[in-house]
Design a protein around this ligand. Structure first.
Ligand code: COA
Ligand code: AMP
Length: 630
């Protein structure tokens, strides 16, 4: 669709002219119990708050109001699990009834408005049901991804201080059952904070042994509970906390509020994805990530669509045609996934024959995000699937797209490698190091002029100073995204990579700093560096380089294997940390800073291009030799 025929420019300019009126109009898509005092108050929190004084209930907006409008019989959630060999369907009426009972079960355990509930569940309907049940009674959920180790779960429990933990007995990965109970028990042994109770969803593949006095069976508690009515909460109250990687081992607790979140996500379903009421939308992500929160659970339900929850992989469950099967089976109109998934399919089925052997007649568009999409993958997907491929860029912090192709506004130019145009709500610019706005085509730090729009994080959990330090300090008046890139002469945004030590592995956001902390804790390691090296499937994978303490003369393979195991134990399998190379020294500047960028370039087969301040250029030869002998 070309520029002239699209409404994007007109809509973006309308937002620019009068942001508050624009968002007030968007807010009419939400049912409020009480309207706001002001659309935006710049005096609340680190940069302001949207819809202060207003009251609503997010679960009521996702469920009850659709039932009340006569759409109770429409499908709300379809669970498709090739790993469990099951498909389950829930209408809006059925989902509302289950959510109300689980909310009642939580209330019976003493959970009320403002209490936190940690959810440690895989891709089962009960994870979405529990999220919505928390929202129904005003409790704040914090869902933890199943691929993290006990220490990461413990860090989240310690910070969120939940009254109750809701967990499943296991998750399913191809070829293995991941028992959650040992991980939960180990996390609770590590955490200084203990919940009052745990609700455990028993899955038959690996039932848990319940701890008397602490654990309750999820389904029994649900069956015995009185359904809970939606509790009105303030628009500015927290809906959830989602922990994400920062630059250290300590994850950041990104907070989402009720009101702005509901308004922005509701608006995005039509504007960005172009799917209407009753359409089937599928985000092939995990509920443990922001994509799962926003586009498996909240946005499609806020907007009355049918959402798909898929417990499987793009390949291997059973083959590279899995996505085509799901699209055909449930009539999916738009699919949202990570470029890694497309690369995995492309590797196993270069002509996409298995994918396209299914009935794709209702499938209209493919949306990609989570990591930069390399142009060959975007071009391959567009050619093989014969549908628009739309890249969009966002972060856990923003909760929805900062830039996108706007299918609902008729603007989705295919420019492989670009993330599209800024969403209405985002005044995005590339800045130089002094915070000066750069011209078109010039690369810099991508930053959003404050305030952030509704839906974006208002703060970090009980850590406003941390929010200011991480995002607002470097460029006063702006939100620093942490991504580098440029805006071209057409206004399209090119996001080229992080400016900090965060890497993206298979669309998962990881901190190399956190991995360095783990490696440094090994008794034989004197110093270390972890970089993100290019990977044909996962985009980037972490690579560790360690210098051993003087006098250590154990076999290097043994030490490397211990380091790989240590990262798996402390951070989790999701880190995909498979290589730790022992090197005699690390290249540094004269002031002692490790030259990670030069190491990364070497690992990617490029010239190291060290800065002139390098202390000992020969150290790079040692790295090159170690990389060669891998
Ligand atoms: N629970 C427990 N373990 C998990 C897990 C979970 N929820 N998710 C991943 N893991 C484990 C995997 O089993 C694997 O373990 P292993 O080292 O024992 O093999 C490890 O974490 C790495 O997982 P992953 O990075 O997913 O690699 P993979 O080789 O298993 O699968 C792909 C490769 C491409 C199929 C997979 O990465 C994928 O589907 N990517 C799509 C990306 C995506 O959806 N991103 C979400 C953000 S939008
Ligand atoms: P997360 O918070 O896990 O969603 O990860 C956010 C980070 O992923 C961003 O800061 C980017 O570095 C990267 N990212 C997400 N989507 C894209 C995209 N479409 N293009 C480039 N990078 C992306």
């Amino acid at each position: 669709m070309d520029e002239q025929n699209s409404r994007y420019g007109e809509v973006y300019r309308a937002w620019q002219r009068d942001p508050e009126s624009w968002w007030a109009e968007a807010a009419s898509g939400i049912s409020w119990r009480k309207t706001w005092d002001r659309v935006f108050d710049p005096m609340i929190g680190p940069y302001g708050a949207w819809f202060p004084g207003a009251m609503l209930n997010t679960s009521e907006n996702c469920l009850d109001r659709h039932v009340a409008a006569g759409r109770g019989g429409q499908l709300a959630l379809v669970w498709d699990s090739p790993l469990a060999g099951r498909i389950a369907r829930f209408t809006y009426a059925e989902l509302t009834a289950r959510v109300a009972r689980v909310a009642g079960a939580l209330a019976a355990l003493g959970v009320s408005r403002g209490d936190r509930v940690v959810i440690y569940m895989p891709m089962v309907p009960e994870s979405a049901i529990t999220m919505l049940a928390c929202a129904r009674i005003g409790a704040v959920h914090s869902l933890v991804f199943g691929g993290f180790a006990a220490a990461e779960l413990a860090a989240r429990i310690a910070d969120a201080k939940p009254r109750v933990i809701v967990a499943a007995s296991c998750g399913l990965e191809p070829g293995r059952v991941v028992a959650y109970q040992p991980i939960l028990d180990a996390a609770l042994a590590l955490s200084p904070h203990q919940p009052e109770a745990c609700l455990i969803l028993q899955r038959e593949m690996a039932p848990a042994v319940l701890t008397p006095g602490r654990d309750h069976d999820f389904l029994t508690a649900e069956a015995g509970a009185n359904p809970a009515d939606p509790v009105p909460v303030l628009a500015t109250d927290p809906l959830y906390i989602l922990y994400t990687s920062g630059t250290t081992g300590r994850p950041k607790g990104v907070v989402r509020d009720h009101g702005g979140h509901a308004v922005a996500l509701h608006r995005s379903m039509g504007m960005v994805y172009g799917v209407g009421a009753g359409d089937v939308f599928w985000a092939a992500s995990d509920v443990g990530w922001v994509v799962g929160h926003s586009y498996i659970v909240y946005a499609p339900l806020l907007a009355g669509r049918t959402t798909i929850m898929y417990e499987g992989k793009p390949v291997g469950t059973p083959d590279a045609g899995a996505f085509g099967r799901v699209i055909a089976a449930h009539g999916v109109k738009a699919l949202f996934t990570a470029p890694t998934a497309m690369r995995a399919i492309k590797q196993q089925d270069p002509e996409a024959k298995r994918f396209t052997s299914h009935d794709l007649s209702r499938f209209e568009a493919l949306f990609l995000a989570g990591e930069r999409c390399d142009p060959p993958t975007a071009e391959w997907a567009a050619a093989k699937l014969g549908r628009p491929v739309i890249d969009h860029w966002w972060q856990t912090e923003t909760g929805w797209a900062i830039t996108a192709g706007f299918r609902g506004l008729g603007l989705f130019p295919f420019k492989p490698g670009s993330g599209g145009r800024p969403s209405p709500g985002y005044d995005l610019q590339a800045l130089d190091e002094a915070g000066v706005v750069l011209g078109r085509g010039v690369s810099g730090s991508l930053a959003v002029r404050l305030p952030l729009p509704p839906g974006a994080a208002p703060t970090l959990w009980r850590n406003e100073d941390g929010f200011r330090d991480a995002y607002l300090r470097d460029f006063p008046g702006w939100y620093r995204t942490g991504d580098a890139g440029m805006i071209d002469t057409d206004g399209d945004v090119w996001v080229m990579g992080r400016t900090d030590d965060i890497i993206n592995t298979a669309g998962h956001r990881l901190s190399t700093g956190a991995m360095e902390e783990v490696l440094a804790s090994h008794p034989d390691v004197a110093e270390c560096a972890v970089i993100g090296a290019q990977d044909a499937l996962k985009g980037q994978v972490p690579l560790g380089l360690v210098v051993l303490k003087a006098g250590v003369n154990r076999p290097l393979d043994e030490i490397s294997a211990e380091l790989v195991q240590l990262v798996r134990e402390r951070i989790g399998p999701v880190a995909s940390f498979k290589a730790a190379l022992v090197v005699p020294r690390l290249p540094k500047t004269r002031s002692g800073k490790i030259l990670r960028a030069a190491i990364r370039r070497l690992a990617d087969g490029e010239p190291a291009n060290p800065p002139p301040t390098i202390e000992d250029p020969a150290a790079l030869d040692d790295i090159a030799a170690a990389l060669q002998s891998r």
